[in-house]
Design a protein. Sequence first.
Lengths: 515, 252
Amino acid sequence: MSGASAADVRSILSLPPSGPQSNPSHPPPPLKKAGSGRKPEGISRELYALIGPTVPSLLQSSKPRLKQKPNLGGGSRRVKWEHRNFKNPARKDSLQLQHWAKADDPEDDYVFAKYNVESNIYTYSQDEYNRLLEDSEWTKEETDYLFNIVREYDLRWFVIHDRYEFSGGPERSLEDLKDRYYSVCRKLVRSRPWPGDEASKSQLLNSLQFDKEREVTRKKYLTSLASRTPAQIAEEEALFIEIKRLEQTERRFKKDREELLRTLAGVESGLEGVFVDDDGPMGVSESKKKKKHGGDWESASAASNVISLGTPVPKKGQQSTKASVPSPEEDILHCIHRTSALVPNNLPATKNAHTPVYLRSAKIPVPKPAGLAPKVTAALAELGINHQRLVMPTKENCEKLESLLDAAAALVDLKRAVDRVEQEIKTSRERMDKSKSTSASVAGDAPETPMDLDQDETGTERDAEGEKEDESVRAQSVVSTRSTRGRKSSRRSMSISSVDTSTPVATRATKRMKK
Amino acid sequence: MAERVRQRGISICRPIVYGNTATVLTQEERNTLSSPDHTHRWTVAVRSAASAPDSDIVGGADDLSYFIKRVTFKLHETYPNPTRNMDKPPFEVTETGWGEFDIHIRITFVPESGEKAISFYHHLKLHPWTVTTEPEIPPLEEALKMGPVHSWQYDEIVFNDPFQSFLQTLLAHPPTPLPKTKRKPVPFHAANPGSLEASKGGVPEFTAAMEKEEAERLENAKQAVIAETDKWRNILIEKEKELEKLKRQLEL
């Protein structure tokens, strides 16, 4: 290995091989004709390759091309441009801007409109929040706020973090925000029925992956890396060189020792010793060592006919699997489905663990929450699907049916939630109408009970207290009509206390916070 | 004892079809019967799913006796010795009759399998298929012209963690794969009313295309459901916002 030949240089630079014999499509260079193909006596092959006629001209491929002159129309035809109104679909208002366009261009949509990509920000319902997204660190309000601000700033996290200001919430780091956002998205994707295949789902989930700990550590590392002093950098480099040096000496030492042992004690006894304390300062990876060991051992035992003391671990696994793992094509031919290769083969076959033979169609799933079953059946019947029988109940189709059933159940569930919310809206509306009329009458009315009177008279403290209680009642039962009284009285006390301008809002707020 | 070891982590299945074929009897044929009120001759059978080339029956390309020891058909009690045991192929019973009823089918497996028998029902179908599920029985003369009635159900028998010896037996008999494309009429199935037209005109055959077609049907339905779900979710979120607003107004 004295020097690199022209071919070596070419292969390093991954250029096409030169020379007429290797590249027939390329015409042989004229130089070749003039000079003789044979190398003169007394010059080594490598040297000749560098100075001889087949010298690779590295310039050949990287020759700078002259820039193409832009075709300015060539004066052949004059193009008419006109100043024209256009509408940017990204603007929701009726802003009119103008731009220059070729007169013969059709009046198309705004060409840059396609770059206005809106990121798909997830939304969630109250029910989904309650079921999946509860978090002790985050309130629903703050999560809503986060999602709104994420939508507003289009996932630009630094901007989001900069503008993030949720009153009453704790200080949030950028990682906190990202962690919350991505974890919510992941949970939503996981829980909702997925239209595509599993691969695209896991791909999406991967893109929503966020490891807060790692991100924090990464940033910490980067900070520490950036804030090293020159002395520290120098020390690090010195240490690195030291390690390299140590490694080298270790390797040399090892080689020497191996040779020595080989000559002194023969092959078998030598090998064991050599590899047992084979630990460089950087540490050779465990698997590599084993492999090397196994390989050497094999060749050694083959050479000297020593009875092997036991097959290496990886080989054993290979043998046992080899017997039972034919190619996937064969599996399809024999209709084999491998449930899990991890189940150990040598476990005793217990009766409990065994699933007896069954007809595939017997495992056709039923709609899960039994209460939803009739509605799910009806929804599927609308789509022309009979969920109880399949024409071809193969494994794939049964799985497809199952996911369809899950999706349908989710849909039915969702519709029910919509009904519920609609009902609540209705009752709220009614209540509002009612309270509108009552508040009008109550405003001028005298307090009904002495307690109410008492409350209002004893001043702001009590008033705030009473209202607080009312509020808690209301929070407990929003829909139930039982809370009507509480609401009424609160409204009344509000209307009266609002006259009392001395009620400082701030103290109320602090009071509430204390509770 | 080595053979009684289960091969773990494997489920292996064998595709079968079960069902019946029925033909209307002519008057002359009926006269030769012991019970002249019988109007149909039918054959109920359990067979392998793929059809043999140029055969005039549904399925039956493979001999299933390597894993099926016996098939028991339990007919209506009005038949003489209604329990018919078939200990060797073909696993089928041919009878005459005048009415449809549920046939109880029981498949007993070979002893090496170590599996219990499985049983299921097949509704004996004598009258031609109609798009509506209501039984609409045409006059016999018309039914005679329409040709034999086929009612077959594809299914798969799934063995979990089979004994190694039994697995070897199964592996020695790979099932004939279903033909990729349609060569004969499609077997009609009530779960797919759209296949009625395609089922006419001869002995039907099960194909892999049918499986694909059904997968697509399920897939389309799922897409529709998901689109609907998205729509409703947005409605829900809108409604919740509205409710939120109302509540806030109420609190003021």
